[in-house]
Design a protein around this ligand. Structure first.
Ligand code: SAM
Length: 467
């Protein structure tokens, strides 16, 4: 079955991974099941319970991707189960909690009391946001840049260590994958034209877990996970048929390890222990190491230099989400709005403010005079005295409060929809203050392709006039 990461089809289907989008930054991964007796990892049941309501898997299967799903009225007759491990998978931002439970009975969608979610196909990006964290992970802004700099493209081979929670692994798998042709079995294509990811992890439980997930996600043909301490034992692949190891012939390497410099001795063209090189002899090899501290960066760069790596550089990806909105400075009357749009200098802004103040005073004076005239006329005619102009504002506010926030919002929306956008204030851009900025320092380097006497001879034949 093709991986839903590569070919999700148009609708969700049973026994496949789906991502439930609760709200921004609140995503839950779920393998959709029609039955309720599964015991596997982060998702075992048939109903996903969220703070937005309960969502039986039966309401999530065969839905066009992107559909909005309304919470259901679930009468299980059983207590919903909440275990620590599933709580751990719950969403970190703001304590969103999701649990799974078994529903013995069919559930009916019900719009009223609860909320809704959206069902999305899995992508490396949504998996990174939703995955169960077993370690620190590499996030999308970093891995998209890293894969680009490593030139991880279809047909290439990437070495990754360690696998950790498998965040980078999924993105790398997509980068090297070429797409299945319907007439050719996947294993055959992989041997011929497919790229692969050779992932190493020395923590046994993590290695097993990431392997299981990759299988569930249909990525086992593209990613090979090896349980290995790469500092001591390097990057050659265990050969199933014998004890001999074979070279992955990697073109790209990503090391997310506490001490990447200790692994570099294995990443040479001619390992000193006489073993085969894990690198592709016919191409340049690109490496990236991911380290949070400058001391680690210095040690890595020092060993890279000694081993002949070139074009060494360091990058820090500072990802910020930008909030963009309009901001009106000043008071909310038509005249004020007109006067406040786009001052080009401080003097102009001050001048405009003066105009605004003058207009406001004139407006208030005219209102007061009109109210007083109306009151005088009413008194003369023996009628009730109308509300004074300066009391009008207060009354208006009271009405809005009593009718609730909704009315107030509607009014302001209505008001703003009548105002052309260029009069709605200056467009301001702000970064979210709470976003953490430093993830790690990325060290990049290139090892030129191996060049033998035979290569030299061929090159001279091909380009005889070259020096
Ligand atoms: N890049 C991963 C991701 O995006 O999910 C996270 C990697 S995590 C920060 C680092 C991993 O390196 C840990 O899982 C750790 O067990 C593994 N590790 C540490 N030393 C190792 C070694 N010598 N050989 C293989 N893996 C190692």
């Amino acid at each position: 079955m093709p991986s839903p990461f590569f070919n999700p089809g148009t609708t969700s289907s049973a026994d496949q991974l789906a991502i439930l989008h609760l709200r921004r930054d609140a995503l839950v991964p779920t393998i959709l099941r029609t039955h309720d007796d599964e015991e596997e990892g982060y998702d075992e049941g048939k109903v996903v319970n969220t703070r937005f309501g309960s969502f039986p898997h039966t309401t999530l299967i065969n839905q066009p991707w992107g559909s909005q799903i309304i919470a259901s009225d679930v009468n299980t007759g059983k207590r919903s189960r909440t275990k620590g491990k599933r709580k751990a998978a719950a969403l970190a931002d703001g304590g969103d909690d999701t649990t799974t439970s078994n529903a013995a009975t069919a559930a009916s969608p019900k719009a009223a009391s609860s909320g809704f979610i959206h069902i999305l196909p899995p992508t490396p990006e949504s998996w990174t946001s939703a995955l169960p964290h077993r370690t620190q992970v590499v996030y999308t802004p970093d891995y998209s840049y890293i894969l680009h700099r490593l030139r991880a493209a279809p047909g290439r081979t990437v070495i990754e260590a360690g696998a950790g929670s498998g965040s980078f692994t999924h993105a790398a798998a997509r980068a090297v994958f070429n797409g299945y042709a319907s007439h050719e079995p996947a294993h055959k294509k992989q041997k011929t034209r497919f790229g692969k990811v050779c992932s190493f992890e020395f923590h046994a439980t993590r290695a097993t877990k990431v392997q299981e997930e990759l299988k569930q996600h249909g990525l086992e043909d593209v990613v090979r996970v090896t349980h290995r301490d790469v500092y001591n034992d390097g990057f050659l692949l265990p050969n199933d048929a014998s004890t001999e190891k074979s070279s992955p012939k990697a073109n790209a390497i990503f090391l997310d390890l506490p001490a990447p410099w200790l692994a570099l001795k294995h990443l040479t063209r001619h390992p000193t222990d006489g073993t085969e090189s894990p690198l592709d002899p016919s191409s340049a090899v690109r490496i990236c190491t991911f380290s949070p501290c400058m001391e680690q960066v210095q040690k890595t760069i020092s060993v890279l230099r000694q081993q002949g790596w070139l074009q060494i550089s360091m990058v820090e990806v500072l990802h910020r989400r930008i909030e963009v909105r309009r901001e009106i400075v000043g008071l909310e009357t038509e005249g004020v709005r007109r006067a406040m749009v786009y001052p080009r200098s401080v003097d102009e802004a001050v001048g405009k403010l003066r105009v605004v103040e003058g207009r406001l005073k004139e407006f208030q004076k005219a209102q007061k005079e009109a109210a007083e005239a109306a009151a005088a006329a009413a008194t003369a005619n023996g009628e009730a005295v109308p509300i004074k102009a300066d009391e009008l504002g207060e009354q208006h506010i009271k009405t809005e409060e009593s009718d609730g926030q909704q009315q107030s919002n509607n009014q302001s929306k209505q008001k703003s929809s009548q105002v052309p956008s260029y009069e709605m204030g200056r467009l301001v851009h702000r970064t979210e203050p709470d976003l953490k900025t430093h993830t790690s320092y990325l060290v990049f380097a290139v090892l030129p392709r191996a060049w033998s006497a035979e290569d030299e001879r061929k090159a001279r034949e091909q380009w005889p006039s070259r020096p």
